[in-house]
Every structure is written in structure tokens, then in C-alpha cells.
Design a protein around this ligand. Structure first.
Ligand code: ADP
Ligand code: X2W
Length: 257
């Protein structure tokens, strides 16, 4: 029986809010056994870019990234957000190591080809290195992954954090019994986005298609669900979308293969 491993992905609204982030990090540290934290920080990047006079454009929940925005996200995700989370985990006695995809070549990608939309410097993942992550994890280290990847030719690329979480989960599912938890500021996937308590307990692919078609699911929930289904179809044992203060797997929305 493979050993259990938990991957928690924390979204931008929680990263942005010190009290909520602290609560999430307390919860993360309380999880026993092997674990990985993946963070976003999209809202922080939008705010800092705006202060620098750079406007943000999102298409289908993903950021269009020109060379100036790439500089901003590199600083914000790889520096500000990642290093603060690592320091907070160290303060709680968790031996965390912050990684972008370029560090130890852990996530390789290529620049997304231009189709209907030119996303600019956005990376589509080719592979995540489960072996190197396993080496770190088995040495007692907790990886903290930022939403940046690289192309192997010196170019950093912006990659949605939900994708980083799914690709990391898939790579680690070859060795571990992986639970992937997407946590954010809502209680789960909502049947009515205006009603915070309208959590859909369980979603199949057919439900997802219907929820997109009727507009119930939109924006940042699109990459989250696309990645959630990708993960559950590729060997990840459990995928859950839930509130950042309810990461024990007993709340929120469960993704069904
Ligand atoms: N049906 C839905 N249920 C919950 N959230 C939804 C739904 N449809 C769209 N959303 C939006 O998706 C957002 C989550 O996406 P995003 O902001 O990218 O989160 P994260 O930073 O956690 O990845 C929610 O804050 C909400 O506004
Ligand atoms: C290409 C792309 O969309 N990259 C994302 C990466 C950060 C992210 O996903 O952050 P959240 O989890 O907070 O949404 C972005 O720049 O917004």
C-alpha cells in the first residue's frame, strides 16, 4: 500500500489575507505525514502590477502575461509570496523549501502556442519531476511550490497555480496515495455563486460541462475544475475543493472521476 501524501493548494484571496493565511498554515502544519503546499497569489500580482501602472487581463481564469507582467509575477510569486510562506512554515516548525519550476528543474513547460488567445509568457507543463520531489519529501522537507515554470532554455513562464497543483499531484501519485485539496475563500463549488451555502457536494465531468454551459461555473473556477478532473483521471486518489479552514477532506466539493 503506497504511503499517504497530501497536497494543499491555497488560492489568491487567502494568500492576500494575513489572518486567513495564518489559519491555513496552522491547518497545513497540523496535517500529519508527507505533504506539499502549492500557492497562488494572483490577486497580489494584480495589485502590485496595478501600482506599477500595469493592467491585468484574465482570459478563462488565466493571466495574459507580457514581459512586464512576467517580471511582476516572478517577483511576487517566486519572491514575496513564496518566501513569506516558507518563513511562516519555518516559524511553525515545518522544514519548508520554496521552489519555482526552475529550481532543481522540478517543472518543465513550453510557452503556450498562440491559438484564439495569445497568453504571452504562460507555460504549459510538460512534466513535473516526481523523483526529485520524492527525494526532498523523504528527507523530511516540505516543498512549497510557486506558480512559475521554466522552458529549459532560460525562460521563466507563468503557470496557473491550480495546474501546478494538479501536475505535482499526478507526478507524486506514481509513488504515493495522493489527496489533492484546492482550498480558497469559499466553501466549495457553489450551485448559486450568490449563496455561500449552496455547496455542490459532488461533481462529475457531466455536471461540470452543464455548470459551464449554464454559466454557474466561470472565471477562476474554470482552471480549478479542469485541473481537478485532470488530476482525478490520472491516478490522484482524492480531489476536494473546499474552504481554507476546512481542509480535512470532510467538507466542500468532491471531484468524481
Ligand atoms: N460556481 C462557483 N463556485 C464558487 N466559486 C466560483 C464559481 N464560479 C466562479 N467562481 C469564482 O471563482 C473564484 C475562484 O477562482 P480564483 O479567484 O482563481 O481562485 P484561486 O485564487 O483560489 O485559484 C471564486 O472566488 C469565485 O469568485
Ligand atoms: C497563467 C496564470 O493564470 N497564472 C496565474 C498564477 C497565479 C495563480 O494561479 O494564482 P491564484 O491561485 O491565486 O489564482 C496568475 O498569474 O494569476
Amino acid at each position: 500500500m503506497p504511503l499517504p501524501l497530501t497536497i494543499i493548494k491555497v488560492g489568491g484571496a487567502v494568500v492576500e489575507d494575513e489572518a486567513r493565511l495564518n489559519e491555513l498554515l496552522d491547518g497545513f502544519c497540523a496535517i500529519s505525514g508527507r505533504k506539499v503546499l502549492v500557492h497562488g497569489g494572483g490577486r497580489r500580482a494584480t495589485a502590485i502590477a496595478s501600482r506599477l501602472g500595469i493592467e491585468s487581463t484574465m482570459v478563462g481564469g488565466r493571466r495574459v502575461t507580457d514581459r512586464y507582467m512576467l517580471e511582476v509575477v516572478t517577483m511576487v510569486y517566486g519572491g514575496l509570496v513564496n518566501k513569506n510562506i516558507v518563513a511562516q512554515l519555518q516559524a511553525r516548525g515545518t522544514d519548508a523549501l520554496g521552489l519555482t519550476g526552475a529550481d532543481i528543474d522540478v517543472i518543465r513547460s513550453h510557452k503556450r502556442p498562440v491559438k484564439d488567445v495569445d497568453y504571452g509568457f504562460v507555460g504549459d507543463v510538460e512534466r513535473a519531476d516526481g523523483d526529485k520531489l520524492t527525494t526532498l519529501i523523504e528527507a523530511g522537507i516540505t516543498p512549497v511550490m510557486a506558480p512559475l515554470t521554466h522552458d529549459g532554455h532560460g525562460m521563466l513562464l507563468n503557470t496557473n497555480a491550480d495546474t501546478i497543483a494538479a501536475e505535482t499531484a499526478k507526478a507524486l501519485a506514481k509513488r504515493y496515495d495522493v489527496t489533492l485539496v484546492y482550498c480558497f475563500e469559499k466553501k466549495g463549488v457553489l450551485a448559486n455563486p450568490d449563496d455561500e451555502d449552496s455547496v455542490i457536494p459532488l461533481i462529475t465531468r457531466a455536471d461540470f460541462a452543464r455548470l459551464v454551459a449554464d454559466g454557474t461555473v466561470a472565471g477562476g473556477m474554470l482552471p480549478k475544475l479542469e485541473n481537478a478532473f485532470n488530476a482525478i483521471s490520472a491516478g490522484v486518489s482524492r480531489v476536494n475543493i473546499t474552504l481554507a479552514t476546512a481542509i480535512d477532506g470532510r467538507h466542500g466539493t468532491v471531484i468524481v472521476p
